[in-house]
Each structure stands twice: as structure tokens, then as C-alpha cells.
Design a protein around this ligand. Sequence first.
Ligand SMILES: [Zn+2]
Length: 417
Amino acid sequence: MSGVEPLRVKTLAKRGRLSETQWARTAQQRVVRLAEMPAIHEAFAWLRRKEIQLQERQMELARIPAPPFGEAARADWVQYRFRELGLKDVHIDAVGNVLGVIPGEDTEDGYVSISAHIDTVFPEGTLLDIRRERERLYGPSISDNAAGVVALLAIAGAIREIRIQPSSPIVFIGNVGEEGEGNLRGIRHIFNETRWKDVIDFSVMIDGAGTDSIIAEGLGSRRFEVTVTGPGGHSWSDYGVPNPIVVLARIINTFNTVDLHNRPKTTMNIGIIEGGTSVNSIPERASMRVDVRSIAVSEIERLEEALRRAAEDAKTSDIDIEVKAIGDRPAAELRGDSALLAMTRAVDVHFGITSRLQRASTDANIPLAQGREAIALGAGGTGAGAHTIHEWFDPYGRELGLKRLLLLTLALTGIES
Ligand SMILES: [Zn+2]
């Protein structure tokens, strides 16, 4: 039996664009052919046998702290696992991402990247009480994203152990900086400053639990810190000196009257406000943090302009106001006629998964905003309480999630006979 040809952006471009319907048909044929191969059945059985080990690895990983900008210990752990699996070219890059490669049959480009973020939202010193109670695993980051990272290892493991030879090369990435003020710095680095940006054709990001959603649309967000500074002074003897807290309140009031349209959905939030030293001092400084989100870049830009204008209008001779961008996640989405979307849908049809297209802010935002094909999927199983210390993960159904990820990966890379 012959193999399945790889999908490569270069070759696809030569052939001309397929319509959504044509893609659906091509994808279905490809997935059915793959799913009939004995090697794929073996790989599925291998994934099933590994469940207990995956749970142990998942708990081991979640016990390693990985606050934003403090992911090094987790990166070392992932690097060790990549080497153990026999991945090639295993290394940690300049920003702390861990990478490892399964080479393709005969090519050095047209990579498929599979990634999972290794950072967490939990600050240093958070008690990492990771435990199993009955069938469930509990503790901070056990689902988001320890489940994703072990899924990454499982996919690499299945391909290596069953000696499946993908036609296109695969790069596995445990990336830093997905959460909060990490501002997608790990994946941003991969797609802006490394050689990878020229060779990756398709990206699959594994984030959290579940099999019921396909994140093919990146929710855009921009975050700002607004700082108001003035001379400050004594509440009695310096009365009349402008008060930064009052000025900041004025900015908030103006900004808050900006019209938010329902379509495209757009939101704003003032999440933190700080300033002042004592009740009888005119403060020298007041600041706030603002989060703006929208499915349309133009709306985010409109709100940024409104915020900057409100700040500008509140300036006086002895008041200084600075508006600093502290985060930027571009809004973008996968086209309806995307090959990646068609493959994912065909895989879901094959397994009888009813998934929904969803919009979220994930690592996929970066390649999507560059017009690349990228998608974020869950690692299987179920989970809840993400970003809280009550987080849990239930491995029931993980196998389906892993089979889905493996079949999708190979539908993209193609496979040698
Ligand atoms: Zn996550």
C-alpha cells in the first residue's frame, strides 16, 4: 500500500486555491486512507497503553513551578523528555522555548509545528498541591497546560515508537510566555526572529483539555498601563497642586463613555488601579491597567486612540501622563478554505466528534495574524477551574483527544508507505 502525500504550502500554491467543498472532499479521502493503515492502528493502541504513564508525567510536570518569565525548570524537564524520545536537534532557544524535531522523509522545509505552552498564570510561591483523587487529577496547571504538554510528548512518542515515517518534518515545541503578560513571547519569537518562520507551513497548538472545540479565530487584545505623575505634596499646605488620582479618575470617566459596538464584539476593562501614599498626602503618582479586546483590529485601534485622547486631554502644565502598551495580541482568523481547517474537520467526522469553531486568545494568534495556517485544540479528557488553584483534569476520554491530534498531524505531514 502506498503512503499519503504531504501537504505543503509551496505545492498547494502552485496548484491554485481549492474551494471549501473541494478541501472537504480531499481531506476526507486523506483521513480515511490514513485511518486504514495498520501503523496508525498500532499507534492508537500505543496511546491507549500509555495512559497511566501520562498521568504520572502530568502530575510530575505540574509540580514544577512555571510562573510567567520563570519557566526554566519546566523547560529543562521537557528538554529531558524530548531527548528520551529520541527527537533530533533538541535545544532550548534564546527566549526559553524547548524544541525537538522528527525529520521528514526527504525534505528540510514544509514543517508542521506542534506546540504546547509550558508557562502558568501562577506566581512564584503558589502552593502546587498536585494530587489524584479517585479518577481525577487536581492542582494548579494540571489541565492548562500540563495536559497539553503530555499530549505533545504522547504524539511524539507514538510516531517514534511505532516507527511511522512522516513525509514532512515535525517540530515539537514546548513554548514559554503564553499566559497574561507573557504576551505570547515564546511563539512570537518563533514566528518573528528564528529560522522556523520560513519553514513552518502548519501549526497546531495544544491548549488545555477537551475535544469539543476548534480554535481557528484569534481574539485580539491590547493592554495598557496609564501612569499619571505630578509634584505631590501636603494635603493642607500644598492644597491646589493637581492630584494624579483625580486626573486618572477623569481619564477613566472620559474613556468609559466611549461607544462600544456589539458587532464586532468589543470589550474594555480597567483591571488594576494604584496610587497614593497616605490619606493626607497629595499623591505623586497614580496608575491603572486597561484591557481592550475585540474580534476586529479596527475596534481595538479605535479604543486605543480614545484612551490616548482621554489622557492627552487631561494633561496640564504640572501633570505628566504616560500611556504604555504592555500587551498586544493580534486579532485574526483562519480562512474558510483553509487546508488545516478541512483536515481538522475531516478528522472530527472520522471520530464522530461534534466540535464547534471558537474564538480565543491563544498562541495561534501570532501565526494567524501573519496569514499562516494555525489552530488550537484541546488535549482530550475534561478539565475545569483553569487559572485557579482548584483546577482539575479528568483523563476519561483523553485517548480520543490524542488520536485526534495524531491523525491530524499525519494528515498534514503525509506518511511514507
Ligand atoms: Zn493555556
